[in-house]
Design a protein around this ligand. Structure first.
Ligand code: MN
Length: 713
């Protein structure tokens, strides 16, 4: 077990001015709160945070990272609280420890390989300080090193799979290749022990032969470089077993055919020397086309720099060669960590404690980036994409665009879940349906059978899927409604001619009629009647070219006359539906400006009533439909009013003149003298809208001897 003094020695070696007291205090606190806890290995629990801190010191990270490493499990596994951490170690360490704790609490479910990319992005998006990721990687590395102590094989495989799918790629993305390689190799050993052992044996076999091969190649390279006055170091090493295995599977090769299980590396002093060395290698051995990559000119986003080439070697075999400077080699091994590590003369700028300080550091240290801003942009986009990652209660992960709501999430699960969604809980608490989801949240959708999407949802949903599903539902609803309406209208109209519409609807004759109107099916014809584009009478005429009963027809005509055919001019729009038959309730006679509601009647189109109309209140709410006034209308509408006045000569003439002066018309009038000699006059006027009516009413109130004027329904 590593001791705290070993860790302090490591830190002092690369940063003599480090705040060692901080490390000491973190160690003592961690030892105190973990006291009595034991690892599966039987060692005291403290060995784990110590090893993790040791790995972080190996990565030459700052003392804050190492201290946070010592404390990384205290909030999750002991009685310690985040507040206590802040009081004792300050907000920076609290922020990092809290980030690590949050990551360990993410409810990943097993067998999520296909969601691995989302999970990786989620982890990167959640860790707003790169040191959180470093600690998480060190934590995972030590847990993999001690995986044999887990008694359950299934558990071991689950952890190994997660490491391979999630953590090794994150290490690669950050450019920390030594961690990536170790995580891959260890996972491979637990997931495919037979293949691992086989490759291990194959590598060991003919070892001597291979070693002498490595020496030969190294000698030839060194010699050639010397001839060209290039000072260099040449390395030859075996690739990690997992990469060899992948190569065999991907390229369907036998082990003997995997030539490049050995990779050579040439390390030089300067960048110009690297390109010179490349020229030398290419003149020595024939390069394989398209295998050359210049990561010096075009560094990877994780700042990896190197020249890669593959050539036909001295024995006709493929040889993979990397060429880079010493500094590049250091970055290649520790990636982003190389830029984070202690640099002499670094001043304690308060800004460096800020959340994104590490990115600034990267840019400052990266003089050979031509455009640091562009680089910054790339890192940001990579680490904080415009996406949020949330969980279902079962731990399934869903990727959504930023700003997405529970409704988007519901449609992501299933169209029906979306359609029947009535509410949502986030982390166990109820939220409005337009709530903006945040990465890491657990979202639970509450559904209700028979519930339907609302048009309002279109105002806040962010995903194409939700939007199109809501629209689709509204369209289907309109169609269904028009179909019902159309059928009822036809039934009624056909009955007047003693025809049974429902029987006829299934006949070939009706099919021909539909085609005659240009429809594919009878249903389409019925829908069109519901929309008001065609009247039932037009259909009757095609079925019965010469109606026999003239009286019946005139009755129907009168009936139809009562409905105003809507295209333009009825003054009312049924929401979301064009061209529908509109009829106004005789009972309440709405005028534009009145709050109104529509009802689908049996055979008479949509009846429009004022919302406070007694008859409307009695109607079946299932047949209710949203309607609104079309403000462009030029029609006039009937309205009933009552004028109470004293009896006098010329009163009616005065009233009539006021009404016409205001541009309204009298449709009917009836006057009664009461026992108390007052007069009650009832008028039906035609007016443009509610404002117009109110102007007429207040004009009438000024007429001499008028006591009261009001609208009735
Ligand atoms: Mn841990």
């Amino acid at each position: 077990m590593i001791r705290i003094s070993d860790i302090i020695d490591k830190i002092t070696a690369y940063n003599p001015e480090a705040d060692l007291q901080l490390i000491d205090r973190a160690y003592i606190y961690s030892a105190k709160v973990h006291d009595g806890q034991v690892r599966l290995s039987g060692e005291p629990y403290l060995s784990h945070p110590l090893e993790v801190a040791g790995i972080l010191a190996d990565m030459r990270l700052d003392e804050v990272s190492v201290a946070a490493g010592l404390l990384h499990d205290v909030v999750e596994d002991t009685h310690a609280t985040e507040q206590e951490i802040e009081e004792m170690f300050g907000p920076e360490i609290r922020h990092i420890v809290s980030g690590v704790t949050k990551l360990s609490k993410l409810p990943f479910s097993s067998a999520q390989a296909r969601e691995a990319e989302s999970i990786r992005k989620m982890i990167l998006a959640m860790a707003d300080d790169i040191r959180v990721i470093m600690i998480k990687l060190a934590d995972r590395l030590h847990n993999m090193r001690t995986l044999q102590y887990h008694r359950s094989g299934a558990k071991r495989r689950k952890i190994a799979q997660e490491t391979l799918d999630i953590y090794a790629p994150i290490a690669a993305r950050l450019g920390i290749y030594w961690i990536k390689n170790e995580l891959e190799s260890t996972s491979f050993r637990y997931l495919m022990p037979e293949e691992y052992t086989r490759i291990e044996a194959l590598v060991a076999k003919d070892r001597q032969e291979r070693e002498s091969y490595i020496e030969t190649v190294k000698r030839i390279i060194r010699q050639k470089m010397e001839e060209n006055n290039l000072q260099c170091q040449v390395l030859g090493r075996y690739k990690n077993f997992y990469s060899i295995y992948q190569k065999m599977v991907k390229q369907n090769l036998a082990f003997e055919d995997v030539y490049d299980i050995i990779a050579f590396r040439i390390i030089l002093d300067t960048i110009p020397h690297c390109y010179e060395a490349l020229g030398v290698v290419h003149s020595l051995w024939k390069p394989i086309a398209k295998k050359f990559k210049d990561y010096i000119g075009m560094p990877k986003p994780n700042m990896y720099q190197s020249l890669h080439t593959t050539v036909i070697g001295p024995f006709g075999e493929r040889v993979e060669i990397q060429i880079r400077t010493r500094e590049m080699d250091r970055v290649a091994e520790s990636g982003i960590a190389a830029h984070w590590s202690y640099k002499e003369g670094r001043t304690a700028d308060p800004k460096t404690a800020a959340t994104f300080a590490w990115i600034q550091q990267l840019v400052e240290n990266q003089a050979n980036f031509r455009d640091p801003k562009e680089f910054l942009e790339n890192v940001r986009i990579d680490l904080f994409p415009d996406e949020v990652y949330v969980f279902s209660p079962k731990g399934d992960i869903k990727t959504l665009p930023k700003g997405a709501t529970p409704v988007d999430f519901a449609y992501q699960i299933h169209s029906e879940v979306g359609n029947q969604c009535v509410g949502a809980k986030v982390n166990g608490r109820m939220v409005p349906l337009k709530y903006e989801l945040q990465t890491g949240e657990i979202v639970e959708i509450i559904t209700q059978k028979g519930h339907h999407p609302s048009k309002d949802w279109l105002n806040f949903v962010k995903t194409v899927k939700a939007r199109s599903r809501i629209r689709q539902w509204i369209k289907i609803q309109e169609k269904e409604r028009s179909h019902t309406l159309g059928r009822e209208m036809c039934e009624k109209a056909f009955r007047k001619y003693r025809l049974n519409f429902n029987t006829l609807a299934k006949s070939e004759q009706m099919e021909k009629v539909a085609q005659g109107f240009g429809f594919k099916s009878v249903d389409d014809l019925i829908i069109s009647i519901g929309y008001g584009k065609i009247t039932p009478l037009q259909v009757v005429r095609r079925i019965m070219p010469k109606p026999e009963d003239a009286e019946q027809e005139s009755l129907l005509n009168r009936l139809m006359g009562r409905m105003r055919k809507k295209k333009t001019g009825s003054g009312v729009v049924v929401k979301g539906v064009d061209d529908i038959l509109i009829r106004f309730g005789k009972c309440c006679q709405p005028v534009p400006g009145d709050p109104i509601v529509g009802y689908i009647t049996r055979g008479y189109g949509v009846a429009v009533h004022r919302t406070n109309c007694v008859n409307a209140l009695k109607m079946n709410p299932e047949r209710q439909i949203e309607v609104e006034w079309d403000l462009d209308t030029e029609e006039q509408f009937p309205a009933k009013i009552v004028i109470r006045s004293l009896d006098r000569v010329g009163l009616l003439a005065d009233v009539a003149s006021i009404i016409s002066k205001h541009g309204a018309n009298i449709l009917s009038a009836k006057t009664e003298t009461q026992a108390d000699r007052t007069v009650e006059s009832r008028f039906t006027l035609s007016v443009n809208d509610i404002d117009h009516l109110n102007r007429v009413l207040s004009g009438l109130k000024k007429v001499r001897h008028v006591l009261d004027v009001y609208r009735i329904s």
